[in-house]
Write a protein that binds this ligand. Structure first.
Ligand SMILES: *[C@@H]1O[C@H](CO)[C@@H](O)[C@H](O)[C@H]1NC(C)=O
Ligand SMILES: *[C@@H]1O[C@H](CO)[C@@H](O)[C@H](O)[C@H]1NC(C)=O
Length: 441
């Protein structure tokens, strides 16, 4: 693994030298909440958001930007090291923006390799969506500078990919509003309605009339609307008004088609985390799930290549079993070994895939950035790197309601001493550490 990292450093330095001046490098960034720089702020219904304090407290300006950390993301740090501005969020740019020529960030919190990862966030750009958006960018670039120059621009650009292989936990559920408030707030013609037990306290006849009225909203004013409601023991009449079945399990409602895999609390966590379900109830084994992820990733990276990407850096997954949201599931706050083993297996399969792609795709230069050993060392020996705490987050999060850093959370007194900012995301200082190590050495 050490060798891989050395290799990576050399390749990136070579890429920079070949470009002549580092400042000429154009980067396109793809990924999840580790690299999102604000795309989700533009997704009206996304629950994967960080546009509130204390996110961004250490970013320039000190304001939340949509980054899921107190300061800079990994993507920001890389841009800094390359001497270029961090590319803007794709959704902040107009379709015909000249800024598209200078690099774009497509990353979206809650995204994953599989389309349905993070479905419970309602809206996020999956890796496929991100590739489609890059395709649109390429068309715009072609229209602006011509086919040949556009191809060259993409061939020379650096593609940075850091995407989750696994479903991340659902977002915090908000404190329930008074029922009436929720119902009235819903009548503003949204495309999606969430109703929390709209019939409780009503008898079965009244329940039916209320639910029938709600069901009619599904296509009122010619707008197709999705309505998601939780309901206890519905009568068969009410039941028939629903188009899709939802099952209630351990505080979270999942629909069979809507979610292909389940998420559950502590005890059976590892099993559920690693054993997703197919829509028809067919279960994957761990190996089959990794196979699915790798074959999907194969198609996705090949597609990126076909659209013009040549230099791609795939950011390996860190020791997810050691992030605060996972540690709290263990008895004594230690890392979840099985999760880490699974991640290592996934990483090594990605490494093989990248090796294969480098042979299969002419002129492709893909690199696997194996950050796992470094991040694990940072977590195991924080003081070596100038940190004090790596087993809990700086922001005093409540992992039972999601583990993001909410505005009423208390922060640690020195944010530079903590490896983790919230229950999932590294702090600015940790992000900087990782890349100082492998880009500057
Ligand atoms: C995932 O979504 C993308 C774009 O929305 C679509 O092109 C692709 O076919 C989907 N893949 C699967 C396996 O459903
Ligand atoms: C983190 O580690 C410290 C020192 O080893 C320990 O005192 C503390 O209880 C741990 N915190 C958690 C949340 O596990």
């Amino acid at each position: 693994m050490e060798i891989t990292m050395g290799f990576m450093i050399v390749i990136i330095v070579l890429m920079m030298m070949k470009m002549g001046s580092a400042s000429g490098i154009i980067t396109f960034v793809f990924g999840d909440s580790l690299t999102d720089v604000g795309n989700n702020n533009y997704l009206q219904y996304s629950l994967a958001r960080s546009n509130y304090p204390w996110y961004g407290i250490d970013y320039s300006g000190g304001q939340p930007t949509g980054r899921f950390t107190n300061g800079r993301t990994i993507g920001d740090i890389i841009s800094e090291k390359l001497g270029i501005p961090s590319p803007p969020p794709y959704l902040s740019l107009s379709q015909n923006d000249d800024a598209l020529l200078k690099g774009v960030n497509y990353a979206s919190g809650g995204a994953g390799i599989l389309n349905d990862t993070g479905l419970y966030f309602i809206q996020r750009l999956s890796f496929d969506d991100q590739i489609n958006n890059f395709y649109k960018t390429k068309q715009t670039i072609k229209a602006k500078i011509g086919d040949e120059a556009a191809n060259k621009l993409c061939n020379d650009a650096m593609f940075f990919i850091g995407i989750a292989p696994l479903p991340l936990p659902p977002p915090p559920s908000e404190k329930p509003l008074p029922r009436k408030g929720k119902l009235f707030a819903a009548f503003t013609r949204p495309r999606l309605l969430f109703l929390d037990e709209p019939t409780s306290g009503l008898d079965s006849a009244a329940s039916y009339y209320v639910m029938r009225a709600i069901a009619r909203l599904g296509h009122k004013d010619g707008i197709q609307r999705t309505i998601i409601a939780s309901i206890h023991q519905p009568s068969s009449d009410v039941f028939q008004l629903f188009h899709n079945l939802c099952l209630h399990r351990k505080k979270l409602a999942f629909s069979r088609q809507w979610l292909l895999r389940r998420w559950a609390g502590s005890n059976d966590y590892v099993n559920n985390f690693l054993q997703p379900f197919l829509a028809d109830g067919q279960q994957y084994t761990h190996d089959e799930f990794v196979d699915l992820l790798i074959s999907t990733l194969d198609q996705q990276l090949t597609r990126l290549y076909e659209v013009g990407a040549r230099k791609m850096v795939f950011h390996g997954v860190g020791p997810l079993g050691c992030i605060p949201s996972q540690r709290v599931k263990s008895k004594k706050g230690q890392c979840l070994k099985r999760v880490n083993e699974w991640i290592m297996d996934f990483n090594s399969r990605v490494q093989k895939l990248i090796h294969t792609l480098n042979h299969r795709l002419p002129n492709a230069k893909l690199i696997f950035a194996d950050t796992y050993p470094l991040v694990l060392d940072l977590i195991n020996n924080p003081s070596t790197y100038g940190f004090k705490v790596s087993n809990t987050s700086c922001c005093n999060v409540d992992t039972s309601i999601g583990g993001l850093c909410l505005p009423n959370s208390k922060l640690c007194s020195n944010r530079k001493e903590y490896v983790f900012w919230d229950a999932f995301h590294p702090s600015d200082a940790a992000n900087a550490q990782e890349y100082v190590c492998w880009l500057v050495v």
